[in-house]
Design a protein around this ligand. Structure first.
Ligand code: AMP
Length: 397
């Protein structure tokens, strides 16, 4: 796969696919611009090389219809402030007016085209739509890692119609960390998997168990494993149909000599609410009517100890219902343990990065992925359609 720094960009129209799917409040203010900032190295590089930069992106789920509240105009404004230069905003992503605006670009200009998903053809991976987008480009750069697990016109079909294509710097980083570190980790390699359900992370568990030295399980999914071991788990989140799978994962771990860590105590509550009465109990004393909503203090010590000699740590999914203060301590404590470790630390998954930012430790994490679903699919060992398309196109050009 080629990357942007292997291609001559001078004077060329460089069409960049970014993932500007940023959160907006009711007044269309951007509440977190991480995804915009993450694209600055690619844009600045292209500008320094003397390119004309044309940006395409989606935002939200307009379902193929124009919805003013999902316009990319606020992104153009923020990007302009970050780049300290004008970013032109096109009224659409296709059509005569857009083509005319692109024709008038000079090297050093930046234009953002309107939300791709205003057109149903985008999510249908439509060839004609992709051809139109491709006609704006001398070079196509895909830096939209957050959308790489989707096969859409602007990141898959388009690669058949552009002369030259490559990944951007964000794509490069995401692949290097999430694929490179997992395939060739510095050892001991520890994976921490949490979140709500086993079903959402099963494939990642199955893939990672073959690669890690230690596997740490927290969050709601731990209770399916604990039940599989014969513990009473009360009204905790359990997927009974996955108990055989949970047993299989633990047997694989044993056969491979992978150390497998489950919570030894947990915070139980009557309900999943801020007002609920709570207590900390060892897992062998879990109440049959209450639910486990966070890992307990002994588990924090155990998990922290397990991380102490790690050289690579991959983490996906919170240790408890961290959105509610009473059940957030396990997740926060683990953020601190990871931040203070000497390992290469990689955090993936939307919720986990929210937890890291909340504790103010994000600067101490080696890499925080910008893609939730896409990062999980890489950890599952899957081939992402957009990355496969870039590899095919890069090999041909
Ligand atoms: P996921 O999207 O699978 O990573 O799950 C993230 C969600 O898991 C968060 O919203 C947490 O509130 C939830 N979660 C974590 N631990 C538990 C638990 N013990 N019981 C129920 N939900 C949990």
């Amino acid at each position: 796969m080629k990357y942007i720094d292997q291609i001559d960009l001078k004077g060329k129209r460089v069409l960049c696919r970014f993932d500007y799917n940023v959160p907006l409040d009711a007044l269309q203010n951007i509440t977190d611009d991480t995804r915009i900032r993450a694209t600055l190295p690619t844009i600045n590089y292209a500008l320094d090389e003397g390119a004309k930069v044309i940006i395409i992106s989606h935002l939200g789920r307009p379902k193929g219809k124009r919805k003013e509240e999902l316009s990319l105009a606020p992104v153009a404004k923020r990007l302009s402030r970050l780049l300290k230069k004008e970013v032109k905003m096109a009224p659409d992503c296709v059509g005569d007016e857009v083509e005319e605006m692109i024709r008038r670009l000079v090297p050093g200009d930046v234009i953002l085209l309107e939300n791709l998903r205003f057109h149903p053809e985008e999510e249908k991976n439509d060839d004609e739509f992709a051809k139109k987008l491709a006609s704006y480009a001398d070079v196509y750069i895909d830096d939209a890692f957050g959308n790489a697990h989707r096969a859409h016109a602007s990141n898959v079909a388009i690669t058949k119609y552009v002369k030259e294509c490559a990944g951007g710097f964000l794509m490069k980083k995401e692949i290097n960390y999430l694929k490179g570190c997992v395939e060739k980790p510095a050892r001991p390699f520890v994976a921490i998997i949490g979140g709500s359900k086993v079903s959402g992370k099963l494939e990642a568990l199955v893939n990672l168990i073959k690669k890690v030295d230690k596997m740490i399980i927290g969050g709601g999914m731990a209770f399916t494993f604990l039940k599989a071991l014969g513990f009473e788990v009360g009204r905790s989140l359990v997927e009974d149909d996955l108990i055989p799978k949970a047993k299989e994962v633990m047997e694989t771990a044993k056969a491979l000599g992978v150390k497998f860590y489950l919570p030894v105590d947990c915070v139980m509550a009557e309900d999943m609410s801020a007002e609920a009465e709570t207590k900390i109990v060892p897992v062998q004393e879990m109440n049959s009517h209450w639910m486990g909503l966070d890992i307990g203090p002994a588990t924090i010590t155990l998990f922290t100890e397990a991380l102490s000699n790690a050289k690579t740590i991959v983490w996906n999914g919170p240790m408890g219902v961290f959105e509610i203060d009473a059940f957030s301590r396990g997740t926060s404590a683990l953020v601190h343990s990871i931040a203070n470790s000497y390992a290469i630390t990689i955090v993936g998954g939307g919720d986990t990065d929210v937890a890291v930012h909340r504790t103010g430790e994000s600067d101490k994490i080696t890499y925080i992925s910008t893609g939730g679903g896409a990062s999980l699919e890489l950890l599952e060992g899957k081939e992402l359609p957009a990355i496969a398309a870039l590899e095919r196109c890069g090999a041909e050009t």
